[in-house]
Design a protein around this ligand. Sequence first.
Ligand code: ATP
Length: 344
Amino acid sequence: MNMTTMLGSTRDVPSAADTPAIEARDLRMSYGSTDVLRGLDLTIGIGEVVALLGPNGAGKTTTIEILEGFRAPSAGHVRVLGVEPIGGQDTWRADLGVVLQSWRDHSRWRVRETLHHFGEFYRPYSTPERPRPWPVDDLLARVGLTGKEDRQILKLSGGERRRLDVAIGLVGAPRVLFLDEPTAGFDPQARRDFHDLIRSVADLDVTILLTTHDLDEAEKLADRIVVLAGGRIVADGSPDALRRAMSATTEVRWGRDGATHVHSTDDPATYLREVLNAPGGPFTDLEVRRASLEDAYLSIVHRFETGQELDAHEARALLSSTGATPRSSSTAGTTSDTTDGEHR
Ligand SMILES: Nc1ncnc2c1ncn2[C@@H]1O[C@H](COP(=O)(O)OP(=O)(O)OP(=O)(O)O)[C@@H](O)[C@H]1O
């Protein structure tokens, strides 16, 4: 039985039709006197793949742990598959797959027995539409651990262990999969394999919320990127929309007469014309670079952290694709100034 047969289609699931997979309204969380989440509004539809980004300590893991039901929020309305996570029963829990940041238990267990062990928890929740658990051999093949079935966990490499973590998250054939920094420590090939795996899972309408610091990963995997900073969502949109909202600027780099110049501009054509027509020796270097998603992200976070105002237009652009309402006038914005840097 392959994965598609096994998972069926979540379109058949009654609760999937009109209930969002994840819903948070004015979600707040404080640890003692420290406010970590200050009013998060987030709706994620069934089958969406969303990357949650934000600087260290922004509250990504906290958010995920609240959605998983591991942590009670201080305030706010939270629903995952229509259920309040902190009171979620086992039938609800069986619909979730969780890949934590680090999982170090059972290190003497072997790969197959570990998956078998966790898979058995899900058997009582098996339905004709969604047989559970996921067949271990198919799962091993999916995560690239075929041939490692009998190895003890402590003898796996870091990347292999992470693949096992992902397999454990999937073994219950979840409807919603939470992945906290899933590819930390992966080599490039393992990362690529993992991306293929997640895309194939996403194709089955599994809702995926992942945290990552890897912009490239977010861009490859996610339909939508949500940026968390200062306890609030400061940007929410497709990778393209975020890049467009933040990347009016283009960087022009040129070398001439022994000097390298770097200039950011909203109007590269006009600037280039000026540069090319200016008197001087031959050009030794010329590069025109549109800002990347990483540039956009860094700019969003930088603008937020330095308290730079964003105007209503910028706020709308950053939050527009989900129709979210900007909550603050002091979050992120575009870097549309033109600065000239010169390096000799
Ligand atoms: N159990 C806890 N008790 C007190 N403070 C906590 C606890 N867990 C997290 N924090 C604090 O809450 C803030 C948010 O932490 P969280 O782990 O959610 O951030 P994150 O965005 O996932 O960070 P990272 O990117 O570093 O993983 C941090 O300042 C952290 O120190």
